[in-house]
Structures are given as C-alpha cells and as structure tokens.
Design a protein around this ligand. Structure first.
Ligand code: ATP
Length: 580
C-alpha cells in the first residue's frame, strides 16, 4: 500500500471529529503565536531599561505595561496549549478505540487461512504495538507539526519585522546546518540498518539456543554455541559503536553551525547597536529568534522517523482490516427441525489452495448416534474432514448436510451449537474449575456442573484439589496435570450436551490409570450421540460403528472393524502393524 494511501486512510478516522480537530489545531496555532511574541516584548523591556539608564529617567509605566503584557502572553499561550493537549488526548483515545474495535470485529470474521499464514505473535502485535505507534504519532506529532510550522513562520515574520538584514544570517545558517546533518545521517542510517539486522540475528539465535537448551547439552554443543554467540555479539558491538558515534556527530555539527550563526548575528547586531542603527532590545530579541528559528526544523526532521514507523504500523493494521473475510451467513438461515445428529457428505471436493485439490469427492452418510472413527496416516486429511464439517473452511464443490440441511444454509452459530469438541489441545481459561465446566452453557447451576463432572469421571479428582470446584486455574491450566485437563474438557463437553461430538486424540500423554478414566468419560460422552473420533491408537475404536480409513485426502475404506479386517486392505495392515 502506498504511503499516501495509508496516511489518507488514517486521516479518515479523524474525519468524524473534524470540528474538534480544527479547534485543537487552532489552539496550537494561538498558543504558539503568543509564545513567539514573547521575545519581542522582552526585547522592548531591555530597550526601555537601557533608555532609562542612558537618559536617567525611569519609564515605570512603560515597563509595567510591558511586563503585564508578557504575563498575559504566557498565560494565554499556556491556556491554549493545555486546551490543545486535552482535546487531542480525547480525540486520539476515541480514534484508537474505533481502530481496536474494528480490528477485533474483523478478527471474528477473518477466513481461517489468515491464522494459518500469520503467527499469533504477529496478530497480537498489530492490535497492541501497531495501534500504540499510531496513537503516539497522532497524539504527539500531529499537533507538534502544526506548532513547529507556526513557530517557524511566526519567528520568521518577527525577525523580518525587527531587522530584515540581520534575518539573513539565520535564514542561511539553518539550511546549512540541516544539509550537514543530512550527510551524516545518511552514513549513520547504514550502520543502524546493519545494527537492526544483527540484533534480529542475535535474538533469533538466543531464542533458539535457550529453547533448545536440552538438545544443546545432549549434543555437547555449548562451546560452539558460545563461540557463535561471541561472534554475533562482537559484530553487533562494532556496528552499534559506528552507528552511535556517527549519529552522535549530528547534534554537535548542527549546534556548531547554529552557534556560529548566533555569534555572527550577535557581533553584527552589537556593531549596529553601537552605531545606533538598531535598538539594544531588538538585538536581544533577534538573538532569541535566531535561536528559536533552528528548533522547528530539527524537531520536524526528528519526527520523520516516527511518521515512518506510523506508516509501517498503518500498513500492517490495514493489511489485517483488508484481509479476506469468511462468507457471511445467509440472510434467511434455515434451522433444521430435526435434532438427531445425522451427517452426510455429498461429493465433497476441497483444497486448501486453488491449484491443488486435497479431497476429490467424498461421499458419506452417518446415521444418528453412530460412532465414526477416522483413521489414516499423518497428513491423510482427518482433521480437514472435521474442519469442513464445522465449516471452518468452505468446500469447493458438493455439500455437507447436518440433520438434512446444508451447513451453508444454516447460521454458523446454529451449526456449531450442535457440536461439542474435545481436542488434544485442551483449551481452559484462567478462572475456577466450576466456571470452566459451566462455560459450555449459560446459567448452569452448581448441581449441573457437578453432575457433568461426575459423568466425566472428574468429580473425584476435583474433590481432592484445594478449593475443589472453586480452585482457580492458572493461564493454560498449568497448575493441574495433562490428564486432569482432558477430563475437565470432557466434563465441559458433557455439560454442553451437543448432538454431535468430535474427539481428537484425547488420550495421549497420560498415565494408564488416567487413560482408563478418560476412555470411560469419553464413552459416557458419546452415549446416544453421533460421534467422530480421530484416533491413532486403533485399540480404542474397535467398537466403532463405522471406521473411515483415509489417505491422501480421500476415504479409501469404510466399514466396521471386522469387515475391514476381513477385507485385508490398508486398515487391516495398519491394525496388524500395531497389534501384530
Ligand atoms: N491450513 C492448511 N493450509 C494448507 N494445507 C494444509 C492445512 N492444514 C492441513 N494442510 C495439508 O492438508 C493435508 C491434510 O492435513 P490434515 O491436517 O487434515 O491431516 P491429518 O490426517 O489430520 O494429519 P495428522 O494425523 O498428522 O494430524 C496435509 O497434506 C496438510 O499438509
């Protein structure tokens, strides 16, 4: 996306507050203009004092008026500066709230492949860091640009009013200092680029080595790891030193050029004052203005970096906001009258990418209450079958029906309400055990929660935990064991009482006793419901009503265990490879 397009889109968010933005900018202009007038009045005070001393008459009245004028100037300037800051903070807070709301809303409608192609850290960084970067740029730099431009114009006007000839010195010196700074800046940018690259490499290396500490030790890789780290660290030190020393020269160079201009202005001003061509106070005011004239230019140059960061952040935010969305639900959704849990696949074709079909025409009918086991080697398409059933992805051709209605004709909520899922990846949130079980359904009472836990064989272990159902689970439920986590997710699924269950590899990584408990709980969960079980361990699915053997995205064999064993095909080979 072009930088100008990003800026225009960002500015569009301010459109809703255009009146307020105008008032804020007007306040910034007024505050700065009053500030710019101050040195002129201070100069007048000096001239009056000088004349009083020279003439031996003290001009009290003029002095009091001038000082009172100064107080008013400062007061008005600070008042408008406060109004500007207050107004801008309110506007940016509202704009950021809108931006975050839009991102959040978008995330609920994104096509699932967005999550496949972007890491969680990346998406999180958009909603936090990138929005924050925009926030800082709008709140700090937008008004600062106006303030600095007003200052530059105001100071220039004042200098030209006081002494057009003396004004030539700062007018020439400022661009000269900026040009010399630009040369040094280009050199330092190169070193900064190198530094960022090396920093990225070092971070990546450290992460890899620390995460894989046990592997590093197993392979006795410590010494090589240390020497590689030392190499990267040394290179980073050199490029950081070069970047910092070059960048460090910018400020002394520009200050020196501006200081020379200042001295020149002072020398000429003094000579002219002695010759009576200019009032003493005006020389003082000119010196002050010379000083102030350089400031806006270096401030704006400093802001260019932050505008660059805002453009990069905007690019990422709009990249997310423009990402393709899932197809919306139909306006007139159909609600199946039947709640039996019948599932059919009719000539379903599907591919994750346009140019490659994974499934080439799946046909399947599952009767209500049947237990279907899906087996096959890794990458066979077992998870994909479930993803399509839950409508996480859209089929390319054909139709999937639940209780006689195409899933594309139902609302997603209606469809997903009919399903319960117990996955290997047990998702539990920070909260009490009771809340986690009750999450399945609104307004569950304590008895219903305990009943669900009993059916899931989870009640007895929950009773032994400190706090029982009120025990608070930590993030990722790290304070209970893997098996206990699985029993809790089964209890939650039982509590939700869905008509179709999906169970994915729920019994891995647990001890034998817990595995028996989990199998009992799962049997309870599947009772009277249509269920799909994805299992690698074939012992658990021998009693399935239907076994689907999948390979390369298609169903190669269908039947119950005895039928498939008699067939002596791929399922039989897989079974025999596990049980001899
Ligand atoms: N999000 C995705 N984008 C692109 N390709 C994918 C995606 N998910 C899976 N695939 C590919 O589709 C094929 C089927 O994957 P799937 O996850 O359904 O297999 P699986 O049978 O569940 O495997 P496993 O037993 O290892 O979990 C694989 O070749 C896989 O690489």
């Amino acid at each position: 996306m072009k930088n100008t397009t990003i800026f225009k889109r960002l500015l569009r968010y301010l459109k809703a507050y255009r009146m307020k933005v105008c008032l804020v900018l007007l306040s910034a202009v007024i505050s700065t203009a009053f500030m710019v007038l101050a040195p002129f009045l201070v100069g007048k005070v000096t001239t009056t004092l000088f004349e009083s001393i020279a003439e031996g008459v003290f001009y009290w009245e003029t002095l009091i008026w001038l000082l009172a004028g100064l107080v008013v100037l400062y007061l008005v300037s600070q008042l408008f500066s406060f109004l500007q800051g207050f107004g801008m903070a309110k506007i940016t807070a509202n704009v950021m709230q809108t931006l975050r709301r839009e991102i959040d809303e978008k995330m609920h409608h994104l096509k699932l492949d967005y999550y496949d192609t972007h890491t969680h850290g990346d998406i999180l960084s958009v909603i936090t860091n990138d929005v924050d970067t925009i926030n800082n740029t709008i709140s700090q730099n937008l008004t600062a640009v106006v303030t600095q431009v007003t200052t530059a114009i105001g100071v220039l006007v004042m200098m030209l009013m006081i002494s057009p000839k003396l004004s030539f010195i700062p007018i020439i010196m400022v661009p000269l200092s900026l040009l010399s700074a630009a040369g040094v800046m280009r050199a330092s940018e190169k070193y900064y680029g190198e530094q960022q690259d090396l920093l990225g490499k070092l971070n990546g290396y450290v992460e890899e080595m620390y995460n894989g500490q046990s592997v590093v030790q197993t392979f006795n890789y410590q010494e090589r790891a240390k020497s590689r780290f030392a190499q990267l660290n040394e290179a980073l030190k050199t490029s950081s030193r070069k970047a910092e020393t070059t960048a460090g020269a910018i400020s002394p160079i520009t200050t020196l050029v501006n200081d020379l201009g200042y001295v020149l202005c002072a020398a000429i001003g003094c000579l002219w004052a002695i010759a009576g061509k200019i009032a003493v106070g005006n020389v003082q005011a000119m010196l002050e203005y010379t000083w102030r004239f350089a400031e806006p230019f270096s401030a704006i140059a400093g802001m260019i970096g932050s505008f660059g960061a805002a453009v990069a952040a905007g690019n990422r935010i709009f990249g997310l906001l423009d990402a393709e969305e899932e197809i919306p639900d139909r306006e007139q959704c159909v609600t199946p009258s039947d709640h039996s849990g019948r599932v059919t696949f009719e000539n379903v074709k599907f591919g994750y990418t346009q140019d490659h079909l994974l499934m080439n025409g799946i046909n399947l009918t599952v009767q209500p209450g049947q237990k279907v086991a899906v087996v096959g080697p890794t990458g066979a398409g077992k998870t994909t079958l479930i993803n399509l059933l839950m409508r996480f992805y859209e089929v390319n051709e054909g139709a999937i029906k639940v209780d006689g209605v195409k899933i594309t004709d139902m609302s997603r909520k209606e469809l997903r309400d009919r399903f319960g899922m117990v996955l290997q990846d047990t998702w539990l949130f920070e909260g009490t055990i009771g809340e986690n079980i009750g999450y399945a359904k609104e307004h569950m009472n304590k008895e219903e929660i305990v009943e669900a836990a009993r059916s899931a064989c989870a009640h007895s272990f929950i009773k032994t935990l400190p706090g029982s159902y009120d025990m608070v689970l930590s993030k990722g439920a790290e304070n209970i064991s893997q098996g206990e986590r699985q029993l809790l997710t089964i209890a939650r699924a039982i509590a939700s009482d869905p008509e179709i269950m999906i169970l994915d590899e729920a019994t891995s990584n647990v001890d034998t006793h817990t595995e028996v408990l989990i199998q009992k709980a799962m049997a309870e969960l599947m009772k009277g419901r249509t269920s799909f079980v994805i299992a690698h361990r074939l012992s658990t699915i021998r009693d399935a009503d239907m076994i689907l053997y999948m390979e390369d995205g298609d169903i190669k064999e269908v039947g119950n265990h005895e039928e498939l064993m008699r067939k002596n095909g791929k399922y039989a080979a897989l079974y025999l490879s596990q049980f001899g």
